[in-house]
Design a protein around this ligand. Structure first.
Ligand code: ARG
Length: 285
């Protein structure tokens, strides 16, 4: 078993100062019966940020805004590939105003971090929630949130192959709740979250993928953040952690249970800022 290699990452996060479950736009959210413990959410988020810093990564912060309780889910604010920030257009009206805040952040702070341009899509697109980047292609989810038209827009904008995958389980409504990119070639996913043709496509593209159990998928275990070696994932996903270790990854469990009340996990709270060209392009002449 070969040990995996980590590379230093740059993440954008948003402190959950105003986080709560105020509306229901996915099956996890029950605004009337399960109150969020904001203090606890803040502590869990702080521990997640600390975990990234301890792993040697950079973390930038965007200001949270009152009235936007889901803004903590930075992954939905954009997808940044090769120094190009492809912004978001949310499906639900409750989250619409977040998009401009993330886009403005990239316009104001992007350049200092190597982001050359920012783009507002025409179609519904929910950032890294539905767009997961590997060295060779971008995997794109549709079915609940992001529209196929936005997959094509992203393909145009970043000039990388975008592979569309259809999600079918409402509890796993964003691609990053059903699939995790672990290194440039390795992914983990829960097959039953995908339509049959997407399952076939994934089996062809990733014959060596880790298949997560239903039990691990249903604690949002696949909502994981990998640096190529260390995989930050919900502590409740014990089976998946063992599968990762067996493949040479280091499982780094975190408890973000307060965010699960909103249908979120560690990945949802984390937007990766990718400024280098993809490894497959190398240095252009
Ligand atoms: N309550 C949020 C929503 O339904 C959770 C977003 C989770 N984000 C993610 N990247 N999966 O939109």
């Amino acid at each position: 078993m070969n040990a995996q290699t980590a590379t230093r990452r740059h993440y954008l996060m948003c402190r959950p100062t105003y986080f709560t479950v105020a509306y229901a736009i996915n099956p996890w959210m029950h605004p009337d019966d399960e109150a969020v413990d904001t203090e606890r959410a803040l502590a869990q988020w702080e521990a997640l940020r600390r975990t990234y810093l301890d792993l040697g990564h950079d973390v930038s912060l965007i200001e949270p805004a009152p009235g936007l309780p889901d803004m903590v889910f930075a992954a939905n604010g954009a997808v940044v590939v090769d120094g190009l920030a492809f912004g978001s257009r949310f499906r639900h009206i409750e989250r619409l105003p977040e998009a401009v805040r993330y886009l403005e952040w990239f316009k104001a702070h992007g350049v200092e971090h190597g982001v050359r341009d920012a783009y507002l899509p025409l179609g519904i697109a929910e950032g890294e929630g539905d767009f997961l980047t590997t060295s060779t292609r971008i995997l794109a989810g549709t079915g609940f949130r992001t529209e196929p038209g936005a997959h094509r827009e992203l393909e145009e904008y970043v000039d990388r192959e975008v592979v569309s995958l259809t999600l079918v389980d409402p509890r796993l409504y964003h691609l990053d709740t059903a699939l995790a990119v672990l290194d440039e070639e390795t992914i983990a996913y829960y097959p039953a979250a995908f339509a049959p043709e997407s399952q076939r496509l994934l089996a062809t593209l990733y014959p060596d993928a880790i298949h997560a159990s239903e039990e691990d998928a249903m604690v949002l275990g696949l909502n994981a953040v990998s640096d190529g070696r260390n995989v930050v994932l919900p502590v409740q996903a014990a089976g998946l952690a063992r599968q990762l270790e067996a493949r040479g990854f280091e499982a780094v469990p975190v408890d973000v249970s307060e965010f699960r009340k909103s249908g979120g996990g560690p990945k949802c709270c984390t937007l990766e800022i990718r400024v280098g060209g993809g490894p497959e392009r190398g240095s252009q002449p």
